[in-house]
Structures are given as C-alpha cells and as structure tokens.
Write a protein that binds this ligand. Structure first.
Ligand SMILES: *Cc1c(COP(=O)(O)O)cnc(C)c1O
Length: 354
C-alpha cells in the first residue's frame, strides 16, 4: 500500500531523490566507490559541494548579491547559538512565535541583551504578532518564518533597517519569496530539503567580523565560508541528498511553480477543515502555514474512528505535536496533492459515517 507521509520532520523527499541517493551510497556515478567512502577532498565531492552551494543561491535569487551559502552540522538548533555568537554585540530583537524561537531566545541570552519584541505566547502561539515596533539600536532582528509545531507562517516581512535573521527550517524553498530581505537565514535540511545532518546557512558577506569577541573556528561563519564548507569533514550524504533535492526543485520549475502547488494543497486541506463539522483549525486564519496545517477534532471522542480511517488509507505522521494536540498535516514540497486528497477523503468519511 502507498504510504502518504505527512511527517513534520524528518519528512518526505521526492521519490526520485531517494532513488538517486540510495544508488550513490552503493556507487557514485560509475566511480566504483560509494559516496560515503570517497574523500571529501576528491574532485567528485568538491563538485557536489560547489553545486549544492550554487543551487542554494540560485533558487533563492541571491547569486552575485554578496551572499555565501554554507552547509554546516549541528542542526538548526546550533544556529540559535551561532547567530548570536557571530552577530550579537550588545542587543538583539526576537519575535517569539513558538517553541523554536523560544529556544533561539534562550541561546542568544548567553551572548548579550535580548529584547523580546513581540510574542503570541498568551494564545499558545496560534497567530503571528504584527505591528510591533523595532528599535534601531539592535544588532539584528530574528524571525521564524514558519512555525512547524503551531502551524503559523509569516506572510509579510516587517520593514526595518536593522539586519534581518530568519529560521526558515520548515519553509525554505516552499514559495517564491524575496530572500534578499534577509541578511542571514538558515534551515535544518530535514524538513524540506534532505536528510537530517546538515543545515544550510545563507549569509551576507558584510556580516562577517561584526562582533568584538573571539569566536571558536568551528562556530565562526567566516571559517566555513572561507573554506567552502570544507573546514572539516562535511556530512557528505546529507549535502549530496540536499543537492539532489535542489536539482529536483529547479526541474519542477523552481520556487514559483512549487509555491503554486503548495498553495493548492493548503487551500484544499484548509477548505475541508473549515467546511467539515467534525474539525476545527488551530492557527489564526490569516497566519495559516502552507507547510504545516494544525487542526483538532471538535469532539475528541471521534479520535479513534478518524485514526482508524487514516491508518486504513495509508496516512502516516499526522499526529499533532504534544504542545498543540490534535493533528498536524505537513505538506512539504515532495508531498503530492493526491496525498492531500486522500486525507480530505478520510475527513469526509468521518463526517458522513460517524
Ligand atoms: C525542526 C526545527 C528546528 C530544529 O531543527 P534541528 O535541526 O533539529 O536542530 C528549528 N527551527 C524550526 C523552525 C524547525 O522546524
């Protein structure tokens, strides 16, 4: 039976990418060697890393605009501290839109003053705060563009003259977007790009050397940018697979075309959540994420029946995060609209039969 993978992360990747990645583990491009047993200093791997960095800049429209793309380890969670280590001289502003921004705030406080400019905590993060004022004297403003757990997504980037930093782990490459609004953004690979193990960071070169403190080499963006992400052994499998996904994104027509598909999927599902008397959405309508839809049953007693219907239809990974409960349907780039249709069918069957 076909499984419909709605997991929030690690999550679905294009079938073709999976097949190519699996083949490369056996043998990389007729070389007689596996991807995971060649030197990262070999020409074959240097080409892979260079292509991955170039594709990341190309897809985000940032080629020749003074940005560097680098692939690091430590997950998006390590970026919570690296951002502050490298950029926070005195004070930074953070918008608290949920678990991940909260963790970023906690790390930043180790390096300087952190001003929480806005928060939606009082409503269990079911909306994106807007209209807050942004001080001029902060080193940067940190945003989370998509809140994977709560299912909210930033639709408009606040306008400010201070550098903007964004955690884009769960919506990178998901829509057409003016990425040049950001001075630095990062994304753990395992949501919309590849397997866990690498994090893409795209950084404006004029952010290097911004703080007076000494930064350990491994935690310094400049080290990795100067070394072409090869300062130490990179996570070769994660970078290669991410590179394959970026090739796939480009072949699908790029972000514009994927953005349209993602919008169709989200419109279909939210339409059913709103129509169906058995369900209610969690996030504020105007802030709903196109990547992660969070919803609950009106009557929790229907849980067993709905879970049974989903299981029988091959739906996997739909359980909501414990801080929201209910359900979360993650609809990353590789999830087909057919999978969303199957989920909608299950929702309609529940309404009809129970
Ligand atoms: C998953 C996620 C993280 C954490 O990523 P790790 O790679 O596990 O550290 C951070 N931010 C967002 C928005 C996420 O979705």
């Amino acid at each position: 039976m076909k499984v419909h993978n709605f997991s929030a992360g690690p999550s679905i990747l294009p079938t073709q990418v999976m097949q190519q990645a699996a083949a490369a583990v056996k043998e990389l491009d007729g070389s007689g060697l596996s991807l995971i047993e060649i030197s990262h200093r070999s020409q074959a791997f240097i080409d892979i890393m260079e292509e991955a960095c170039a594709l990341a800049l190309e897809l985000t429209g940032l080629e020749n605009k003074g940005y560097k793309a680098i692939f690091l380890q430590g997950g998006a969670s390590q970026q919570f501290l690296m951002v502050a280590y490298n950029l926070l001289e005195k004070k930074a502003g953070y918008v608290n839109t949920g678990t991940w921004s909260n963790k970023a705030i906690k790390e930043a406080k180790l390096f300087g003053e952190v001003s929480e400019l806005a928060s939606s905590k009082e409503a269990n993060f079911n909306y994106i705060p807007k209209g807050y004022s942004i001080p001029e004297d902060i080193n940067y403003l940190h945003l989370t563009t998509n809140n994977t757990i709560f299912g909210t997504q930033l639709k408009e980037i606040p306008s400010t003259s201070v550098p903007l930093v964004a955690d884009m782990s769960s919506d990178i490459f998901s829509r057409e977007f003016d990425y040049s609004k950001f001075d630095l953004f990062y994304a753990g690979a395992q949501k919309n790009m590849g397997p866990a193990g690498t994090t893409l960071v795209i950084i404006k070169e004029d952010l290097f050397g911004k703080v007076s403190r000494a930064i350990p080499s491994m935690l310094n963006y400049q080290t990795h940018a100067d070394a072409g992400s090869m300062f130490n052994t990179p996570p070769v499998f994660a970078v290669y697979t991410s590179m394959l996904t970026m090739r796939w994104v480009k072949a699908q027509g790029g972000l514009e075309s994927l953005g349209e598909k993602n919008m169709l999927k989200a419109t279909l599902l939210y339409g059913e959540i709103d129509r169906n008397s058995k369900f209610k959405g969690f996030a504020a309508t105007e802030d709903r994420s196109e990547m992660n839809a969070t919803f609950n049953l009106v009557d929790p007693a229907d849980g067993e029946a709905f879970d049974g219907l989903c299981k029988a239809a091959g739906i996997s990974g739909l359980k909501g995060h414990r801080s929201v409960g209910g359900y979360r349907a993650s609809m990353y780039n590789a999830l087909s609209i057919e999978s969303v249709e199957i989920l909608v069918d299950c929702m309609q069957t529940l309404e009809k039969k129970y």
